[in-house]
Design a protein. Structure first.
Length: 425
């Protein structure tokens, strides 16, 4: 099956059989069974640029194999061809002799291709295929280096079944964020950061004592909020929610490394119901750089230690130009730009109140600490770039979409706490 640009090859792996199902993505095809896997689709964006990332994806897929709740698993793979092929071989082995359905979108068509896609560009392709299979599925998310607890899908399915019986529940999303936080800095210091030094799924599930000093638990919403660990993948959303987000979001925003923050913000409002598993504090294993390490990284201007898509620091020509004008280090400017962009993407084409709120949250302190009105200058550059992705029609759709999300207005200035990132902002 060819999608949009004609470069996506769709493969489907069903129990005990590997099949090229490129022409079989149809809602009434006999290949697709009815049953509990119709309830949930797990979407996994997977860009592979290092062998280490490929090994982490192997552990991710192992965790999906072990799910007690049957589900459809849709994976979009991009990256270096040899690594993509290695990932496909992993899936062919893991997907055999078990009950889930696996749908894989493999980017590129030749050995020379090196297709790079952001998380939400992957999701745009995945939700298109997901909706063709089942238009009203509930969508779960998993990053390609994280892992599910074996009961995660089953528990989400139980929640969905319960919500069906509660006629007053109308929200098309819910939150279940209990997770095991794996400290990337401590893990690398203890085990090394080489390709083979990967924490195995089985080691985590056996509660190996060797991991005790590098993991922590954020079991409730409030614990996640306190640790600044609320993420979009803590939510389960109806297909319609993802489709609407893709409809109002231009590709330039989808390609941005902080698109996840914008999407998470659209889900984070008081009507969203939260759920905690009755016996397990966590149902997700999430690799995370601690707030301390993040702060130390800025102080040391360390752009080399943490290089995944969410933490990558690239010095741009604009940063170098500003460095020449101000005398500030270009790497420092790149760090400041990253933080300001993370704020700006949450309010572009939203409303005036939120534009002011996020500006006040991220910019005046930068101006004060570093001089040259550098924060304001970067903010204006970033906003101009982000707004350039929108047509007039798309901008109006975006503003209307935020109204539909039902997010409350930002707090008054004396109520806002810049060091406490609330779920609502």
């Amino acid at each position: 099956m060819k999608l949009n640009d004609g470069s996506n090859k769709v493969l489907s792996i069903k129990p005990n059989r590997n099949t090229d199902a490129g022409s079989s993505i149809r809602g009434n095809d006999s290949f697709y069974y009815s049953g509990d896997w119709d309830i949930t689709h797990v979407l996994v964006p997977c860009h592979l640029d290092t062998r280490r990332r490929c090994e982490q994806f192997r552990q991710c897929s192992r965790s999906l194999v072990e799910q007690k709740g049957r589900c459809r698993i849709l994976i979009s793979i991009s990256g270096k061809r040899d690594l993509c092929e290695l990932a496909m071989e992993t899936l062919r082995i893991d997907a055999l002799n078990q009950n889930h359905q696996w749908i894989v979108l493999l980017e590129g068509s030749s050995d020379e291709d090196y297709t790079k896609k952001s998380q939400f560009q992957h999701y745009k392709s995945l939700i298109e295929v997901s909706a063709k299979i089942k238009a009203n599925a509930w969508i779960m998310f998993l990053d390609n280096d994280d892992m599910y607890h074996p009961l995660r899908v089953r528990y989400f399915q139980d929640i969905i079944a319960k919500r069906k019986q509660e006629t007053h529940v109308v929200e098309k999303a819910f939150y279940c964020g209990g997770k095991l936080l794996i400290d990337v800095g401590k893990a690398n210091a203890k085990f090394g950061s080489g390709d083979s030094n990967i924490i195995r799924y089985e080691k985590i599930m056996s509660f190996d004592d060797e991991l005790s000093d590098i993991v922590g638990v954020a079991g409730t919403y409030w614990e996640c909020n306190k640790k600044n660990a609320i993420e979009y993948f803590d939510f389960c959303v109806h297909t319609e929610v993802m489709q609407r987000f893709m409809e109002v979001t231009p590709d330039g925003i989808l390609a941005n490394q902080f698109c996840d923050v914008r999407f998470c913000g659209s889900l984070s409002h008081p009507k969203i119901k939260t759920y905690d598993h009755p016996t397990h504090e966590w149902l997700l294993m999430h690799f995370r750089v601690s707030l301390y390490d993040t702060h130390q990284r800025f102080l040391q201007l360390d752009s080399a230690t943490f290089t995944n898509a969410m933490l990558r620091i690239d010095v741009s020509d604009d940063d170098r130009h500003l460095a020449e004008l101000t005398g500030l280090c270009d790497t420092k400017i790149a760090f400041l730009r990253r933080d300001i962009e993370e704020c700006a993407i949450q309010c572009v084409h939203r409303d005036d109140a939120n534009m002011e709120f996020f500006y006040n949250r991220g910019v005046p302190g930068v101006d004060k600490d570093h001089g040259h009105d550098i924060g304001t200058f970067i903010w204006n550059e970033v906003i101009e770039t982000l707004e350039s992705y929108y047509t007039e029609e798309k901008a109006e759709q975006s503003r209307q979409w935020w109204i539909e999300c039902g997010i409350p207005p930002p707090p008054e200035e004396d109520e806002a706490h810049t060091d406490d990132k609330s779920m609502y902002w």
